[in-house]
Each structure stands twice: as C-alpha cells, then as structure tokens.
Design a protein around this ligand. Structure first.
Ligand code: NDP
Length: 491
C-alpha cells in the first residue's frame, strides 16, 4: 500500500484554489516605436519627443511628440481649413454617417483599444473592456443620432456650428473623454484639435487609425500630444473658437483667466469631492457595493468619485464592518489580468499626491484601514484605503485625492447630511441610499451637485448630461445639453 500511496503524494496538486491569474493577451495591439501628430489627415514628424510608459511596470511603450506652439498652430490651421472647406456645411445626415462609422469601428476594435487603454493608463482590463469602450462607442452612436436633428433639438433658434474647438482631456478616461468631446463637436459641424494627457496619449493616437478607416475628411479631427505647455498653446491659439477642458480645478481656473475677454467659448469639467450618503433604511449590502464602485472604480481616478461617505449614525458600525470585509476581497494587481478589481495608479506624480494626502489624514487623527494586500514590486500601486474618525476639516475630507481612498463621516438627520454634503467647494456628483423615494427627491433637490445617483453610483449614459456646480466647473457634456456648447444660435 505504501508504494501505491507514494506516487500519489508526489503529484503536483495545487493546494490553494483561491486564485489563478487570467491575463489578457497584448498581442492584439501594435504599438509603434514613435508617434507624431495627426494633422490634416497626415502624420507630422515631431522635433522633440518624450517617452510614454505603462504604470503597471514602468515599461517604456513609445516615444510621443511634444508639440510646440507652432505645431499646435498647424493643427488649428488644418481644422480651420476643414471647417471652411465643407465640414461645417455638410448636411447633418452626412456628418451622422461618419459618426456611425466611427462608433461601429470602435466596437469592432474594442479589444485592441481596451488592452491599450489598460497598458498605458493602468486601469483594470475589465473596466476598459466593459465600461470605457462600450461607453465611448455609445457616445458616437448617440451624437450621430442628433446630427441631423439639431433644428428639432433647438426649434426656431437656427443652430449653427461654432467653428474650431480646442479640446484638452485628462488621463483617467483617455478614450472616453475623447469621445465625450469629439462626438458632439462633430455632430454639430465643428472641427477639432484635441490634446490628450501627457501620460495617456496612446488610445487617442490609435483613434487616428479609426478616423482614416472611417474616411473622415482630412483636418476634421487633429490630435497633438505633449504636456501642459501644449495645452496652454492650444488655449492661446487665436484661431480657436471654443475650448473644452476636463482636468484639475487649478488648471481650469488658469484657462478661464486666460480666456477672459477674448470672446472664446469655454466649458470646464473639473474636480470633485462627492458625498455618498447612506441612510439607515438602505439595503446595506447593495450600498456597500455602491460605495466600493463609487471610490475604488478606476483606482479612484474619477472626478465624480464618491470619496466622502456619509453614514447615518445608527448603522455606522455594521456598515463599516461590511465595507472593511468587502475590501479584503478586492484584488489589486496587473491591469491586464481579467480578475483585477483595482489596477495601477496612473503616474508616479499621482501616487506621490495620494501618499501625501493619506499621510496628512493619519497625522490629523483619522483612523486608517487597509486590507492585507500584496502589491507588485514594480510600477505604481496603492492599497484601497478607508479612513474613519474623520472630521470635516481634515484635508482628506476637503481635498480631491483622486485615488482609492475613502473618508467616512457620520450624520443623524437628513438636514445634517445635506449640510455636510454641501460643505465643499465642489459640486459634481452625489449619491443617496435609502428605500424612500420621497427622501431621494428631497435630497436630490437640495444637493448642490450636477449629478445625483439614487441607490447606485458612477452610472453613465450618453443621453444623460454631466457637469458641475461651483469649482467643479460649468457647461454640460452628454445628452441634448451637450450639444449647446458646440452651437451658436442666430435668433
Ligand atoms: P491637469 O489639470 O494638469 O491635466 C488635465 C489636462 O490639461 C492634461 O491634458 C494636461 O496636460 C493639460 N494641461 C496641464 N496644464 C495646462 C495648461 N496650463 N493649459 C492647458 N492645458 C493644461 O491634471 P493633472 O494631470 O495634473 O492632475 C492633477 C490633479 O487634477 C489630479 O490629482 C486630480 O485631483 C485632478 N484631475 C481631475 C480630473 C477630472 O476629471 N476632474 C482629471 C485629471 C486630474 P498634461 O497631462 O500634459 O499635464
């Protein structure tokens, strides 16, 4: 018997069944060594380049152009020519065909884009695959539908395009922010110069391939890469009629100062410090999922993230216990692993900012909880974090951390929840968890936030307008409202 037992013992049977990685292959994406600017349907060779990397392991991915003011000027000139040479006077039904084509191609190539987005930006593949890509395509579909119905959207107001739009986007949703900006601009008959964020230019550059595939007329969309200097050059370019910016409140304010008195149009979608408010009659397990989605989705690099959790005092202990337990099940790791829930922090600079703010929370007296978690050795990572015992005055309750860090505060009455929730310079989004419809409506009417989610969080739809109050900016993107910034009306 002993001899029969022996070989059985030597078989390599896994003793731990909890986890096996499921990496998405990156073979589907071809990344070039070097990228120039996409201007007038051509690739322009850059004089200077910088290296874009993958935050998951700091692997260099490509050399990307650092556009100068002259390069930006060429892109704006190409956009102006395309505007005057036919795009602005093309019938809406014709413009719609291009937008539909772009949407279809994005769907067809979605895996390629999703892999590239995760590689360059660090977000988990399941998010780029299931959220960023479907929503980016949906935006093009949605605005394709409006292109020939502008007269109906704005009856008796003679909607006309504005001209050349300069669009500056951040690194947290690179392709999706591109779609939010490009789709309505084109639907309304404008042409575009877009600058992606310095750390995440690759999906915007791959998008140029889609434009060619869709046979979009040359110069209708132009893409220039570079750091903040390129963005500033675009803002200052005289022949741009409108600037659309998504990013930090600080840069947004600077842009607003620069454009004051120029007559150029401006929309700003800036930071946030959203309140996610849980009443004692809420379905707690559902609320915990919403809280997790609210703050750990996309590593918390979300302007509308539910970074301040307000819990009614009577359910504080069970809710925090459930939340902390749930955190132990979050898998932090390789963005290309289909099992990862939380990916890499986008850049070394952002990681430093998160660390600094978390240290300030500890120093000011908040209690920190971080689940046991083994982080990869290379790359930029941060453990999902919950702070309890947080006072409203603490920096972690006031400032946008833009990372996987939640501050928990308490309240007793709806009035108190409201007062605390509105006690912020921002006003982008909020969440309310309760079983009472009347309470949802009461809160939604009083919360100073552009979007209020009820018993859910971080839901997006191209038909739904998105934008802020106060220091979260002005103007709306999405929905019929999202057309207005790209139209002028000769009444
Ligand atoms: P920025 O506001 O600097 O970046 C947003 C975009 O603006 C990028 O394309 C950036 O280029 C560009 N830009 C930078 N400076 C200028 C300028 N002077 N004129 C015109 N364009 C400019 O955000 P950061 O990337 O520096 O992130 C800092 C903080 O901002 C984050 O920690 C977060 O709190 C917040 N943030 C908020 C976002 C939101 O969606 N509300 C999105 C991103 C950040 P480049 O990338 O080359 O710097």
């Amino acid at each position: 018997m002993a001899e029969i037992d022996k070989p059985q013992r030597e078989v390599d049977v896994p003793g731990d069944w909890t986890y096996a990685s499921a990496p998405e292959s990156r073979d589907i994406v071809h990344i070039r060594d070097r990228y120039g600017y996409y201007v007038g349907g051509e690739w322009l060779e850059p004089a200077e380049t910088y290296e874009t990397i993958s935050p998951r392991d700091e692997e260099p991915l490509a050399a990307v152009g650092q556009a100068t003011a002259e390069d930006v000027g060429r892109a704006v000139a190409a956009a102006r020519t395309a505007y005057a040479d036919g795009w602005s006077s093309l019938p809406g039904s014709e413009r719609a065909k291009y937008l539909f084509r772009i949407a279809r191609i994005l769907q067809e190539r979605s895996r390629e884009f999703a892999v590239l987005e995760s590689l360059n930006g660090g977000k988990p593949i399941k998010e780029s695959r299931d959220v960023d890509l479907p929503l980016a395509a949906a935006h093009f579909f949605y605005y394709a539908g409006w292109a020939d119905k502008l007269e109906y959207a704005f009856p008796n107001r003679r909607p006309r395009p504005v001209g050349v739009a300069g669009q500056i986007i951040p690194w947290n949703f690179p392709l999706l922010m591109l779609a939010w900006k490009v789709a309505p601009a084109l639907a309304c008959g404008n042409t575009v110069v877009l600058k992606p964020a310095e750390t995440t230019p690759l999906t915007a550059l791959l998008f140029c391939d889609v434009l060619r595939q869709a046979e979009l007329p040359d110069g209708v969309v132009n893409i220039v890469t570079g750091d903040g200097r390129t963005g500033a050059a675009l803002v200052e370019s005289e022949d741009v009629d409108k600037i659309a910016f998504t990013g930090s409140t600080e840069v947004g304010k600077e842009i607003q100062r620069r454009l004051a008195g120029t007559g150029k149009r401006l929309t700003l979608e800036l930071g946030g410090k959203a309140a996610n408010i849980v009443f004692d009659d809420a379905a707690l397990d559902q609320a915990v999922e919403g809280i997790v989605n609210g703050i750990y989705f996309n590593q918390g690099h979300v302007c509308c993230a539910g970074s301040r959790l307000f819990v009614q005092e009577s359910i504080y202990e069970p809710l925090v216990a459930k939340l902390e337990r749930r955190l132990t099940t979050l898998r932090v790791g390789d963005p290309l692993d289909k099992n990862s829930d939380v990916g890499a922090i986008n850049s070394a600079a952002q990681l430093e900012k998160i660390r600094e703010l978390v240290a300030s929370g500890v120093e000011e007296g908040a209690e920190i909880y971080q689940p046991p978690c083994v982080l990869p050795e290379k790359g930029y990572w941060f453990v999902p974090t919950v702070f309890t015992n947080v006072a409203q005055s603490y920096r972690i309750a006031q400032e946008e951390i833009f990372g996987p860090v939640l501050s928990v505060l308490t309240f007793r009455t709806p009035e108190e929840a409201l007062e605390k929730a509105n006690n912020t310079p921002y006003g982008l989004s909020a969440g309310v968890w309760t079983e009472k419809g009347s309470r949802i409506l009461w809160m939604a009417q009083r919360l100073r936030a552009g979007v209020v989610w009820a018993n859910t969080f971080n839901r997006f739809d191209p038909g739904s307008p998105f934008g802020g109050y106060k220091e979260s900016g002005f103007g709306r993107e999405g929905g019929r409202h999202g057309l207005e910034p790209y139209l002028r009306f000769d009444e």
